[in-house]
Design a protein around this ligand. Sequence first.
Ligand SMILES: [Zn+2]
Length: 366
Amino acid sequence: MTKKVVKPNLQPTKSIAGLWAAFCIRYPNEESSGIFTRSQFFLNSKVACPECATENRLFNFEQRFIQCRNCKRKIWLLAGTFFNRVRRFRPWLAAIWFIEAGVMITASEFARLLKVATSTALMIFKKLSMVIESRMEKKSEKIPSAHFSNTFYRRSRETPAGRHPREEETAAVARVGVNPRARMQLVRDNRANELAVTEKERKLVNSLIGKAEKLLLSLVSDNPISYDRLCKQANLPINEYSAALTNLELFDFVRRLSGDQFVLGDSPYASPVKGSPSRKLIERRNRIASRFIDFVRANYRGISRKYLQNYVALFWAYVDKKTWAQDSLMSACICYREIRDDDVISYVTPLDVVAPRILGAKKKAG
Ligand SMILES: [Zn+2]
């Protein structure tokens, strides 16, 4: 049997005070923090000099560049990297430390410990959450942001003047040109879909769906289409058209909005179609949403819609300790590009939030 190499546990306790004490032993001051960060980049940088191709590099731990011993060329270590323009490394290392340990710390408490402004603390966590999000692509779920709207209690510059922060959802939807009512309806339909429909009922209803109905279904989408326009596009005799439309509406295959506009419904009678969410998926989405909502309520009370995606990413890093174990976030940062403050300030969560599927996994009993 081979023995596994066990790394020394540098994070012996899971409390903020314990973690902070351990952090202060490992990174007692700004100098040690800077040296650690730069040495990480030195170890990860290309070995050969870009000028003369020799492998004779010199790294002075107090400076921010590598120098070639042969041609004396200086290579800036942090140019274009995540840590470019960072003046104080210690707060960054501390934020990474807390996230990797899976211990929640609020921006104000973090600001107090590290002696930085709360706005600086918020910026650090947002930038880190963007790095975390970049690792999400595989096995992720897209969830309409409206699912999370009861966590939107904080204003942002996206909040319409004089309105509740929740109104950001409507504004975001309107901006991309989707009818907000249609969007909300689709979200609600996700839940309606959970209603049990027997296979017999499904078959019966689907036997009523003929050629004309199928034609109309191919023309209706999530974007509202008017009665007249649909009629024109379908090019069916008017009585056939209106009968088919009524049939579809009756069983929620399409949904009528105000102003005689139509969108796709999410009929419980629909046979599982490619692209439509399965019940399993809907249940998983709902589990993700409700766990996230609990996380926000316990730790932040409320968030803004604008930064929803960032908080979902942070939630993932705090919860999924298999992926976000010790050293994982630091490694991810080293491989990432520079994020400017403006990138954070101008960021707006898209209509569909990305969340790793693991967050919606069924909890094992016990
Ligand atoms: Zn050289």
